[in-house]
Write a protein that binds this ligand. Structure first.
Ligand SMILES: CC(C)C[C@H](N)C(=O)N[C@@H](CCOc1cc(O)cc2c1C(=O)N[C@@H]2C)C(=O)O
Ligand SMILES: [Mg+2]
Length: 340
């Protein structure tokens, strides 16, 4: 990134907590709020913003992210490039927030949107999944009916014996919807094999992260009839090789890999290795979805539903219509500074 003025940047970093519309259950966790780190870089009149949620199962907390940023304050204010950042911070939410703030500022300095700086074509709205919290089958089916604008649904499943029933109930409620399931590491080989016929019958298109991190070898010889996506098993590009021949889809999240810069590198490497791409999220506002939306143009599965479950969002915000997500340049990464 070129720095156009010699004056130091002004860094602000703060933790924000926003409640969810309802408690959200996944294997091993219940979420009631999203806590995020918001990073702002001020260069005279120009402001770059980034938001990081971090990775809850890697103890990437708002406080730890804030400490990571504060430890680099002098360095950042003197002017750090996105490339240097890859050496200065590990993958995770702190680097994501800072990398996105640098992209946003770069767009303002150059008067060009981020997608153009990244060498991509103008974005279009993207079909996104809407996620159903793991619950009783009928509760999930009711919620699937309420989400009548959604065209694609992602069902959270858990390490119990109700998964086949959950998938059947949701399929009955939404016969025309594209479906995928996400176990968040909750299955064993036996429980996946037992539920698989119900997944096939319901037309489930992708099974995300069936097994715990470190148990990727459980996928060997499984011959699953439905493509498997890696989520928790893949953080950044260094995890890709290990998954060749084991999964077909790589779920890239900016909070895991530490920003859009690494996400774009990772996407290219994953495609070269023959994987299909998915972009996901760890919750968050439109400031988290917007940089992921840039990556979304390269992905065959898009899971950018975070703001739907938040009681409040940014202004301006991403919008959802007819099951698609759209992110105008005014939200983040455009050539002019938006109002928070
Ligand atoms: C975050 C969306 C509600 C769900 C998203 N589509 C998703 O499935 N994301 C992750 C799991 C991330 O889990 C989180 C993290 C967080 O900080 C807050 C929440 C969740 C979650 O699932 N619900 C709450 C909002 C995935 O495994 O793909
Ligand atoms: Mg997942």
């Amino acid at each position: 990134m070129t720095k156009l003025s010699d004056a130091p940047l002004k860094l602000s970093a703060a933790i924000e907590k926003r409640p969810l519309t309802h408690a959200f259950h996944i294997t091993g966790y219940t979420f009631t709020e999203c806590a995020m780190l918001v990073v702002t870089l001020q260069d005279g009149e120009l402001t770059g913003r980034g938001e990081g949620l971090g990775v809850y199962y890697r103890h990437d907390t708002p406080n730890s992210m804030l400490h990571q940023i504060e430890a680099l304050r002098e360095h950042i204010e003197r002017g750090t490039t996105r490339e240097q950042l890859l050496e200065l911070l590990p993958s995770g939410g702190a680097r994501n927030a800072l990398d996105c703030a640098l992209w946003d500022l770069e767009a303002k300095r150059h008067g060009q949107p981020v997608w153009q700086l990244a060498g991509m074509s103008a974005p279009q709205s993207l079909l996104t999944t809407f996620t159903l919290s793991a619950d009783d089958p009928e509760v999930m089916a009711d919620y699937a009916r309420q989400l009548n604008d959604a065209r694609a649904l992602k069902l959270k499943l858990t390490n119990d014996h109700h998964n086949a029933e959950r998938v059947r109930a949701v399929r009955e409620a939404r016969p025309g919807a594209w479906l995928m399931v996400d176990a968040n590491q909750g299955f064993t080989r036996e429980s996946l094999t037992a539920a698989m016929p119900a997944f096939v019958e319901a037309g489930v298109a992708v099974v995300e992260q069936p097994f715990p991190i470190g148990c990727e070898a459980w996928l060997d010889g499984l011959n699953a009839p439905i493509p498997i996506a890696a989520d928790e098993s893949v953080q950044d590009h260094t995890d890709l090789e290990h998954l060749v021949g084991r999964v077909q889809v790589i779920n890239i999240k900016l909070d895991k890999c530490g920003g859009l810069t690494e996400a774009l590198t990772m996407a290219r490497q994953a495609r070269d290795l023959g994987f299909k791409l998915m972009v996901g999220n760890m919750g968050g506002t439109s400031w988290s979805m917007a940089p992921a939306f840039v990556l979304g143009s390269l992905c065959s599965v898009v899971d950018l539903d975070g703001p739907i479950y938040m009681l409040s969002d940014r202004t301006p915000s991403v919008s959802y219509q007819d099951g698609h997500v759209w992110c105008p340049d005014s939200v983040w990464g455009g050539p002019t500074t938006a109002v928070a």
